[in-house]
Write a protein that binds this ligand. Structure first.
Ligand code: GP9
Ligand code: MN
Length: 630
């Protein structure tokens, strides 16, 4: 009898372990397009130890426990694969835990599943075949006590395997590898988690003296010779005016000026462009906090946190910020968004940035709700009431964060005013164009109102997109075809990250001007301050006045491997799970590897400088005083 039980135990152990190792192999293939040796060894050992331990320790219901382990590992593997499909990198335990909070994924997770992911459930068929057999045998297996000596030995073997598996952690824990996918390729996925957890607890903050980290220093790291702010070409052009910032949800540059079926997608922005400084090569720099990171960038000119939303990681600090700097010039500040203020921890972000007032769902109400909150029309019209009041008291800074054109871009029929060809029906691209068309129309109505209320002439309008809307696996092949047709070329990463910025100063920018320099969201705050005639040379900012220098250098650390950067000539993309370093020539969008022998070495110095800037931005934030959060 014992022998039979022993055999059954061995069968269960080996079948479940084999099932999981095959799934591990599949996951490795989905991510790296190859079966990675380190993942198979390190993660394989981890899985084996867990299964041996279950086998040794489970006193009863062994089959069920193996089955639960199978489900848990499968859920982890699928989540990692889906996350990779969307973000192009591997998640840490923290990111997996908080992925439910990624609003752009709301309602979209199903879209991320591909038929291939069904392969992860192949064991269900095996289980169904095995189950009757084990159900019959179950009593025997459960009732007879198992030799405890053997169990102990097995538990010891499991722990030894576990320890051998962690060598991947010890060998790689100090490696400066910035992309999780690359790190996991060398250390295994479970060790990568340990390394990231270790990195987050070990105190590696650079010893930095905030007094010495000046604006001029950050400019010099970028290779720029600083010029006095007061001598910048457009310094003070909008002096004394109100600043009205409009952060448009998911607005990408490719819709500007484009027509479809004989209609302009964004007629009002196109019109505004004719009377604005229009920057058509602005690149998003947001991290995991999407919209809220864009708000942070606009108001601090500091880099958002790497792995986590800035509103989670850095929020207990008090930031030198645009609202605070403008307050010194007599400005009153307020921000407006129709979602609940607790979303993205904005109830902590706004005091950290020092806004005087903020208006959220409790002010805008539930009228005409689309997705996250009341529509942009409600947002603008109710914000207008506040603006008029503020205007009576002196100059103001109003920051309005639109929302209606948020993924999945499904607009109520009465807000779908574009007449699109049938092939766009029920497609992400069609829905996106409708949503942007609506957001543009609502903005147009707001601008009209600003003019009617006499606020237009005394204000500077700053309009930009917060980040891309069309990205990742949300796109089907059909979407890709439609978008490529619309653009007349393949949808590239450059296009994906390109958001428009328009700065309109009525009376000063009437003729309009298109500026094609590359710049980032990190540059918005110094650009706005310079135009308003506010000297910011005493602040520590990582961006620069877009109207002052020809050269620029700014980076990304989330939607591209950390340290990836742009300058005026190239986009440098750090090593990632599937690809080595890539350098793209911005003048033609082509990879530079074709022309140079070793582009990596050539740009290595600049890459290190970019990492230095990111590190210093983090370190600077750590030196800031903390708020007392109740
Ligand atoms: C919700 C909204 C979310 O308040 O700002 O936008 P997202 O970060 O998903 O773009
Ligand atoms: Mn957003």
């Amino acid at each position: 009898m014992n022998r039979i039980i022993h055999n059954i135990r061995q069968q269960q152990l080996s079948i479940f372990t084999a099932i999981l190792l095959i799934k591990l192999m599949m996951m490795s293939y989905f991510i790296y397009l190859t079966i990675n040796f380190h993942i198979m060894v390190y993660d394989g050992l981890f899985i084996l130890s867990v299964m041996l331990l279950i086998d040794a320790l489970a006193k009863k219901r062994r089959f069920l426990k193996f089955f639960i382990a199978d489900i848990v590992f499968t859920a982890i593997f699928i989540s990692i694969s889906l996350y990779f499909g969307y973000f192009g990198t591997l998640p840490t335990y923290y990111e997996l835990g908080s992925v439910g909070q990624v609003p752009s994924l709301n309602g979209s997770v199903i879209v991320l599943f591909s038929p291939l992911d069904g392969l992860f459930f192949y064991d269900v068929i095996i289980m169904l075949i095995m189950l009757p057999f084990y159900l019959k045998r179950k009593d025997d297996v459960e009732r007879v006590p198992l030799p405890s000596k053997r169990n102990k030995l097995q538990a010891v073997v499991a722990i030894v395997f576990l320890l051998i598996g962690t060598t991947g952690f010890f060998l790689n824990k100090t490696n400066e590898i910035l992309d999780n996918g690359v790190l996991a390729k060398k250390s295994g996925i479970f060790n990568m988690q340990l390394i990231q957890a270790y990195a987050s607890i070990k105190d590696d903050t650079l010893a930095i003296d905030p007094e010495t980290l000046t604006l001029n220093k950050t400019l010099k790291i970028k290779g720029i010779e600083p010029e006095p702010v007061q001598e910048h070409p457009k310094f003070g052009v909008a002096e004394g005016r109100n600043l009205i910032v409009i952060q448009m949800e998911s607005l990408q540059d490719f819709v500007i000026g484009r027509t479809i079926n004989g209609q302009e997608i964004t007629p009002h922005l196109n019109d505004l462009r004719g009377h604005s400084l229009y920057f058509n090569n602005i690149i998003q720099s947001i991290g995991a906090g999407n919209t809220s990171d864009a708000e942070f960038l606009m108001n601090t000119s500091l880099y958002p946190a790497g792995k986590r939303p800035t509103v989670d990681q850095f929020i207990d600090h008090k930031f030198p910020s645009l609202p605070k700097r403008l307050a010194e010039e007599g400005y009153h500040s307020a921000t407006f968004h129709t979602d609940d203020v607790t979303f993205w921890n904005r109830d902590e972000l706004y005091p950290a940035l020092g806004y005087d007032d903020w208006y959220d769902k409790s002010y805008f109400g539930e009228q005409d709700v689309v997705g996250h909150g009341a529509s942009d029309d409600v947002l603008y019209s109710k914000s207008m009431d506040v603006l008029k009041n503020m205007d009576k008291k002196g100059p103001f800074y109003a920051n309005i964060v639109s929302i209606t054109a948020h993924s999945p871009f499904e607009m109520p029929p009465e807000k779908q005013e574009l007449d699109l060809p049938n092939k766009y029906n029920d497609t992400l691209i069609g829905d996106y164009l409708q949503a942007q068309h609506y957001a543009d129309a609502a903005l147009g109505r707001f601008i009209k109102k600003l003019k009617a209320e006499g606020l237009w002439q005394d204000s500077m309008l700053f309009v930009y997109g917060d980040h891309s809307g069309i990205h990742g696996d949300l796109m089907t092949d059909e979407d890709r075809r439609l978008l490529n047709d619309l653009l007349g070329q393949p949808y590239s990463p450059l296009e994906k990250f390109n958001i428009p910025l328009m700065v309109s100063i009525p009376g000063k920018t009437n003729d309009g001007q298109t500026i094609s320099k590359y710049g980032g969201q990190i540059d918005f705050m110094p650009t706005a301050m310079s135009l308003l005639g506010v000297d910011y040379s005493d602040m520590t900012l990582f961006g620069q006045d877009l109207l002052a220098y020809d050269h620029n250098m700014f980076g990304m650390r989330y939607y591209l491997p950390s340290g990836s950067f742009f300058n005026q000539n190239i986009l440098y993309i750090g090593e990632s799970a599937r690809k080595g370093v890539r350098v793209i020539d911005l003048s033609n969008g082509k990879h530079i590897e074709d022309q140079l022998n070793n582009p990596k070495d050539k740009y290595d110095q600049q890459y290190k400088k970019m990492l230095q800037l990111l590190d210093q931005s983090d370190a600077y934030i750590q030196t800031l005083p903390t708020r007392n959060i109740e």
